[in-house]
Design a protein around this ligand. Sequence first.
Ligand code: DI6
Ligand code: FE
Length: 408
Amino acid sequence: MTQSDDLMQLDSLWRGVHVATMKDGQYSTIENAAIGVRGGRIAWVGPADQLPRYQTQQEHNMAGCWVTPGLIDCHTHLVFGGNRAGEFEQRLNGVSYQDIAAQGGGIAASVSATRAASEADLVASSKRRLQSLMRDGVTTVEIKSGYGLSLESELKMLRVATTLGNELPVTIKRTCLAAHAMPPEFDDKDRYIDYLCHEVLPKVATLGMADAVDAFCEHIAFSPEQVERYFQTAGQLGLPVKLHAEQLSALGGSAMAARYQALSADHLEFITEDDVKAMASAGTVAVLLPGAFYTLKETQRPPMSLLREHGVKIAIATDANPGTSPALSLRLMMNMACTLFGMTPEEALAGTTLNAANALGMAHTHGSLEMGKVADFICWDVESPGELSYWLGGDLVKQRIQQGIISL
Ligand code: DI6
Ligand code: FE
């Protein structure tokens, strides 16, 4: 076969598709489109009748299915030992999340189980959860540590996250959430923050085990001042920050995070207008977590109109964790963001694609279908992109493409 210079050279071409590119966070629909892939990147996307002359190794005719960017779950605690189904029953009987935490349950229970689990067991249990997300259309997952709370066990969690990314066709972003809760060995929060700043973060950074640093800023966890010290250390080590903020009360953590150019502030049910303005000017993404809102039967919703008015980018994630959000479908979270928070299906899809990529600092390569970006996309068995937020569950993925390769 001779290769001619005026032919576009492709590894694979998808035809017979309609595309929601999510460029600029909009559907930006192209009907009767084609997508060409080369070297794991999108080499061409546009209306099929404008396709340049090409040569390809493989061609797939999808008979009219819809394609979106691969979904990005930008906030999970997917790696943990055990589970907390017993606490679910306690909460159904009226015991609050805070009460359970005060009795030594909650995060502390997951810390004991995670410390006790072998690395191989954690890989096996987390892999099943990760595969559920992947089967539902996810191609990138952020995974936080935070159930170790010691150098050794935080590193163990981050190694498990690394292994998952090596063993499965999915992109993993690792976040060090060592300031999640107090470990049993410490009784002074400032001393624990000192330990994180002097021993944990420097080692995590030196070993290259995390892409970002996170903390839980709340009365039952750490104050904005304590988190600020931890963020300063992260900054000195060159690690970007993000924050669990304003989930149960308004402490101003999100505005503080914005001062440290946080990639995202997450939860935000109790955020004020000043916090929203600070996030808008820093470009900090608002990550909303309807699974936790639902599980905790919260009543105060994140202020959608303020976030929209100030132009804050909004992402949606599962917060997959054994306590407050045992959620293994990102599409279900899109539905809940619409029903519970008043988002539109288009906003929900932007929230799990381009805006989620922004929340992970990877929007230059991921989150929309544009030439040059990584070829992560999903062919869905739906008649319109709005259906992705409409169905509660279901098996909608027809083909999942990760870095240009059909996987799953
Ligand atoms: N907020 C959350 O939603 C999770 N962590 C956090 O800081 C909950 C973690 C858990 O209950 O295990
Ligand atoms: Fe969380």
